[in-house]
Design a protein around this ligand. Sequence first.
Ligand code: EPZ
Length: 416
Amino acid sequence: MDSIRITGGVPLSGTIAISGAKNAALPLMTCGLLTDERLVLSNVAKLADLATMAELLTQHGIAAEPEGRTLSLGGRITNTEAPYDIVRKMRASILVLGPLLARVGEARVSLPGGCAIGTRPVDLHLKGLEAMGAKIKLDSGYVDASAPQGLKGATIVFPFVSVGATENLLMAASLADGVTTLKNAAREPEISDLVHCLIAMGAKIEGIGTDTLVIEGVKTLHGAEHPILPDRIETGTYACAAAITGGDLLLQNARMEDLGAVLHSLTDAGVVITEEQNGFRVTRANGLHGVDVMTEPFPGFPTDMQAQFMALMAVADGASMITETIFENRFMHVPELNRMGARINVHGSSAIIRGVKKLSGAQVMATDLRASFSLVLAGLAAEGETTISRVYHLDRGYEAVEQKLAACGARIERVN
Ligand code: EPZ
């Protein structure tokens, strides 16, 4: 199993090109199930999770052919079962449920189990599809869904915001009979990207960027070409890398408007962000100060930036409190950061971080995707050598980490 070895203490300097967003690409790829025509996605990152989604789509009958940064999806649905062996690797597999049901009136999708960051049920996806007329049974760990007469438009009010449920129902509603209204829908930039792609495929959707999406179902969707938006979480992560090392990074392709509350939290912490022609530059004027954050749906502070921001706060002046409101078990990086000399205590859903002057290199273990990068950040700032094991977590969602960081001066290598 691969590890990453970092010798810390180098201020990063240079340009990092931000890749296409993983969490936009996953639902966009499942749009390939919504049409017989070709869907061509560009700005596709090379990531393990996207390879898993390609594998899933292929066994449904939709070939996913990569060519450089482009992915061409096409074919006919030949199989409506998403097997446990693929779903257990990646929970986003549940996103095939809405498209399969809407398109061919049946789907059998393995229930994703819990995961390292929380129990993560999918009840909102299922209730929403039921409200649209689907019959759903749970059988031997699978969701058995059918809609022999097709799905019908409905008004669905989400009790709380869910990115995945909003995406599944958006795709299903695009081919349903009548109008569907999604209230309290997620407003993440990845949702807007999905809406843009669906519209390019012929869907009729209003309310883009708001929490109320109105979808007028159409009989068929056609092929389209769609460029995937830059990854806002990768952007925020590398902004933290510039800040924690006291470096100067130009984040190419990065979009400030997609950062939401991360922009303000970084600025409050003393990070300087300057807009440039095709992205922005991140530097640090003086020291870092402790800032409190609470994770929330977009445009609030994203849970997917919580671990990385905590690494930054671990070396800031003063104390900060980070409250996690989205997932119940997303502090697994805390004991690992503490092994590197951080002073972090967890009380329920909040972590109190007392900044230290220096972290020190150690052997640590990655527990999930974003937690892994918080350890990379800590390693970049620490004195001495840090070895991070279980880096397969990192490969699921960050493209070419060592190459991007090494090009900016980091002493980082992958070891087997
Ligand atoms: C998406 O997961 C992202 N994944 C996650 O990114 C991200 O952390 C999360 O949204 C929140 O922003 C993808 O986009 C592929 P949710 P998703 O449904 O859609 C609860 C990363 O690191 N819930 O918005 O699964 C759920 O348990 C990953 O890239 C229900 O209770 O998240 C959570 O507490 C990790 N019932 C909250 O809602 C449901 O039916 C928000 O989850 C659905 C969700």
